[in-house]
Design a protein around this ligand. Structure first.
Ligand code: ZN
Length: 259
């Protein structure tokens, strides 16, 4: 379910049952002459929507405007850049509100510049600050120091930042360190074919579209679907390890209803 489409009673169910809130992030950045500028965000949004078709969760609208550092091109090709610091402050405000709504698990998905790029680091810092500040406000001084946390207390896992390609998918050959090459092109062809025009790859295409180990021209829908499957399965498996409250069985409901 999409956060922006929820009715209040649906939100109550999602929060009450501990459904994870999945949050896509990305940027607007040139991705060769053959692909849409929003690819990095679109890929994460697509991933989380595919995950949402197979498990109970809520998908939030993306953080669209991440920092790029103009590493790939300048603004002349459509790349946008913002202050990493101010991007992180905005992310922190939104994560803080998600926490206040009551979501027990907030998982931010990142593709752009992988886990150690400025975008991921800003989100991870925001997540850590929200976790510490909110927990202090809720529990007071020495909330960690006064006694060991109960084994059922997963406060440090409440906000997490995951890569689009989890290690399990990487083990199956999906490469995250790709920019507009075989991997990203195949993924977008499979998900949004109308956003790819392979015929625009000519001899003037940038090096990252034609490098020996990642030739965008060899991309295919079949390869993209295999990657999607590996990426979605890995996310589903990791999500299943979150500690959600169990729904009562019909017998339990009946017995409780007797009293
Ligand atoms: Zn990309």
């Amino acid at each position: 379910m999409r956060l922006q489409h929820l009715l209040p009673h649906q939100l109550r169910t999602a929060v009450g049952e501990g459904w994870p809130l999945l949050v896509p992030t990305g940027c607007i950045e040139y991705h060769g002459p053959h692909m849409a500028l929003g690819l990095d965000t679109i890929l994460v949004e697509e991933l989380l929507e595919r995950v949402a078709r197979r498990t109970e969760c809520v998908v939030a609208p993306p953080f669209w405007y991440g920092p790029t550092g103009y590493a790939v091109t300048g603004p002349d090709r459509g790349t946008l850049d913002v202050s990493t610091e101010r991007f992180g402050r905005h992310v922190k405000d939104v994560l803080s509100s998600f926490w206040d709504v009551g979501f027990k698990w907030i998982v931010v998905g990142v593709h752009h510049q992988q886990m150690d790029g400025p975008e991921s680091l800003a989100i991870r810092q925001a997540a850590a600050e929200v976790t510490f500040e909110k927990t202090h406000a809720e529990r007071g001084h020495a909330w960690w120091g006064k006694a060991p946390l109960s084994p059922a207390d997963f406060v440090f896992e409440r906000i997490q930042v995951w890569p689009s390609v989890l290690p399990e998918a990487a083990d199956q050959g999906v490469v995250m360190a790709d920019h507009a090459g075989f991997y990203e092109t195949s993924l977008l062809m499979a998900a949004r074919p109308e956003l790819v025009e392979l015929e625009r790859l000519d001899m003037h295409a940038p090096w990252y579209c034609t490098s020996a180990d990642s030739k965008a021209r060899e991309a295919s829908v079949e390869a993209g679907e295999r990657m999607w499957q590996a990426m979605v399965d890995a996310w589903l498996r990791k999500l299943s390890t979150l500690h959600r409250p169990k729904r009562p069985t019909p017998e339990q409901v009946t017995i409780t209803g007797l009293f």
